[in-house]
Design a protein around this ligand. Structure first.
Ligand code: GDP
Ligand code: ZN
Length: 442
C-alpha cells in the first residue's frame, strides 16, 4: 500500500496548543523508538507506561512524564509509535519536538498521522475523515455519528455494494471475453435484478449520507417574511444576543442576509424578504436575488407574519415559498393582537411569549430531518454517491437493452467512483485535499 518506499519519522504535538494539565508529543516512523529512547536516556518497554525524564541533545532536562511505545504494525499509524505524555506547556512541548528533530525526526504535516494510518491500511478514507469530524463535533449527536463512521458503518455500506458490483462485473466481462459462452437472456434478467437491488441500497445510503452531511455542516433554517413583521427582532430573541439590525422603517434591512446564529446547535440564517416586492431599486433587487438564493438552500423555512394582519400576510408569503420545503408558520407581535390562525405558533419577540415553543419546534424539526444520523458524511461523499447512483442507473438501462459492453463499462466507472469514497481508488491530489484540512498532530 505504501508504494514500497520507506517513510521517514514524523513528530508533532498531538494536543491543543494551549496551556493544559497534560500535553502529548507523538512520534511515528522507523526511528520513533530510537529517537525517544535517546531523549529519555533509557529503553522503553512496549505498551508499558514508563516514567521518563526527557532531555535535548545537550542533555538538558526539558520535562518529565510518561512514555508509551508501540511497535509496528500494532499502532494507530501502523508504524513504530511513541507518545510522550508531558506537562501541557506549549513552550515545553515545542522544545521536545525541536529536540526530536535534531535527532532525525521531521515535523508532521497536518493530518499526516491519519494519512499514514490510511496508507498502512489501518483506516479507510471515510474513517480517517471521521476522526476529524469526531474531533470537531459540536454536539453529542454529531459525535455519535462520527463514531459510527469511524467504526466503519459508512465504509461497510459502500464496500458491500462495491463488492457485489465487482462480482457482477467479473461475470459480465467473462462473457464478453469468451464469445463461446455468450450471456443469455436469463442471465441478463438475473443481473438486472441484482443491479436494481444495488441501486435501491445505494439510494438509501445517499439519503443517509445527505443527512450525515447536514449533521456535520449544520442545518440551515431561514427566517422569511414581509418587511417589519419582526424577523430581525425574532432572530435576536432566539439567539439571545443582538446580532441583526432592527429598524422601524419597512424595507431597510438589506445587509443582514449573511447573519447567522446558532439555536440549539442549529444554524439560523436571517433572510429579509423586503426585496421580494417588485422594485426599481438596484440594491433592493440584489437583496431580492440573495433572498431567493437563501430560500433555495434552506432546510427549514420559518415564515413570519404580523399578528395584526396574519391571514393576508400568510397568503402573500405562501406564494414566495419554494414548494416541498418544510415550513414553520410563526405569527409575531402576539402582544399587539389576538389571532386565531391555525397551524401557527403565536409568539412575541417583544415579550418573549411563545419563543420556547418556537425553539423546540426548530430543534424537533432538525432532529427529524437529520434522522438518527447513522454516520457523518461530507460533500465529497454525497457527490461521489450521486455520480455512482447515476452510473448504476445507466448500467441497468443498458443491461435491459442488451448493451452488455456499455453496461460493463458503466459498472467499472461506478465501482471506481465508490472506491473514491473509501479510498480504495485514490488519486494523490484527493489524498492531499482530504488530509491537508486536518489539524497538525492528528
Ligand atoms: P423585520 O423588518 O421583519 O426584520 O422587523 P424588525 O425586527 O426590524 O422589527 C420591525 C418593528 O417591529 C420594530 O419596531 C420592532 O421593535 C417591532 N417588533 C418586532 N417584534 C415585535 C413584537 O413581538 N411585538 C411588538 N409590539 N413589536 C415588535
Ligand atoms: Zn429585519
Amino acid at each position: 500500500h505504501t508504494g514500497g518506499h520507506a517513510l521517514d519519522t514524523i513528530v508533532a504535538v498531538a494536543t491543543a496548543p494551549v496551556p493544559a494539565g497534560v500535553g502529548i508529543v507523538r512520534l511515528s516512523g522507523p526511528d520513533a523508538r530510537s529517537i525517544a529512547e535517546t531523549m529519555c536516556g533509557r529503553a522503553l518497554t512496549l505498551r508499558n507506561a514508563t516514567r521518563v525524564r526527557v532531555r535535548d541533545a545537550q542533555s538538558q532536562v526539558l520535562d518529565d512524564g510518561i512514555a508509551l511505545a508501540f511497535a509496528a504494525p500494532a499502532s494507530f499509524t501502523g508504524e513504530d509509535v511513541v507518545e510522550l505524555q508531558l506537562h501541557g506547556s506549549p513552550v515545553v512541548l515545542d522544545s521536545v519536538v525541536d529536540a526530536a528533530c535534531t535527532l532525525g525526526a521531521r515535523r508532521a504535516l497536518p493530518g499526516e498521522f491519519s494519512e499514514r494510518a490510511f496508507l498502512h491500511g489501518k483506516l479507510d478514507l471515510t474513517q480517517a475523515e471521521a476522526i476529524a469530524d469526531l474531533i470537531e463535533a459540536r454536539d453529542a449527536q454529531t459525535a455519535r455519528a462520527a463514531r459510527r463512521s469511524l467504526d466503519g458503518v459508512f465504509s461497510k455500506r459502500i464496500d458491500d455494494v462495491a463488492d457485489e458490483i465487482l462480482r457482477i462485473r467479473v461475470q459480465m466481462e467473462a462473457s464478453i471475453d469468451f464469445v463461446d459462452e455468450p450471456i443469455d437472456t436469463d442471465d441478463i434478467a438475473r443481473i438486472e435484478q441484482r443491479l436494481s437491488a444495488l441501486a435501491t441500497s445505494l439510494e438509501s445510503t445517499l439519503v443517509e449520507a445527505r443527512q450525515g452531511q447536514k449533521l456535520r455542516d449544520g442545518l440551515h433554517a431561514t427566517l422569511v417574511g414581509a418587511p417589519n413583521v419582526g424577523k430581525s427582532s425574532l432572530l435576536n430573541a432566539l439567539a439571545g444576543v443582538d446580532r441583526a439590525i432592527v429598524t422601524e422603517v419597512a424595507g431597510t434591512t438589506r445587509d443582514v442576509l449573511k447573519e447567522t446564529v446558532r439555536v440549539g446547535g442549529i444554524e439560523l440564517t436571517l433572510v429579509d424578504t423586503a426585496g421580494l416586492r417588485a422594485t426599481d431599486d438596484a440594491i433592493e433587487a440584489e437583496g431580492m436575488r440573495r433572498a431567493r438564493a437563501a430560500l433555495g438552500v434552506a432546510d427549514l423555512v420559518i415564515a413570519v407574519v404580523d399578528a395584526q394582519d396574519p391571514v393576508l400576510g400568510r397568503a402573500r408569503l405562501q406564494d414566495e415559498l419554494p414548494p416541498a420545503r418544510s415550513v414553520i408558520w410563526v405569527v409575531n407581535k402576539g402582544d399587539l393582537a389576538r389571532s386565531d390562525v391555525t397551524d401557527a405558533l403565536v409568539v412575541s419577540a417583544r415579550t418573549g411569549e411563545g419563543l420556547a415553543d418556537l425553539r423546540d419546534a426548530i430543534v424537533e424539526h432538525a432532529q427529524r430531518t437529520m434522522g438518527e444520523g447513522a454516520f457523518t458524511a461530507r460533500a465529497r461523499h454525497v457527490d461521489a454517491l450521486t455520480r455512482a447512483t447515476q452510473l448504476l442507473r445507466n448500467a441497468i438501462a443498458e443491461c435491459g437493452a442488451g448493451q452488455i459492453d456499455l453496461c460493463a463499462d458503466d459498472l467499472r466507472r461506478c465501482h471506481d467512483t465508490l472506491g473514491e469514497i473509501t479510498g480504495r481508488v485514490t488519486a494523490d491530489d484527493l489524498l492531499g485535499a482530504v488530509f491537508s484540512t486536518f489539524c497538525i498532530g492528528k
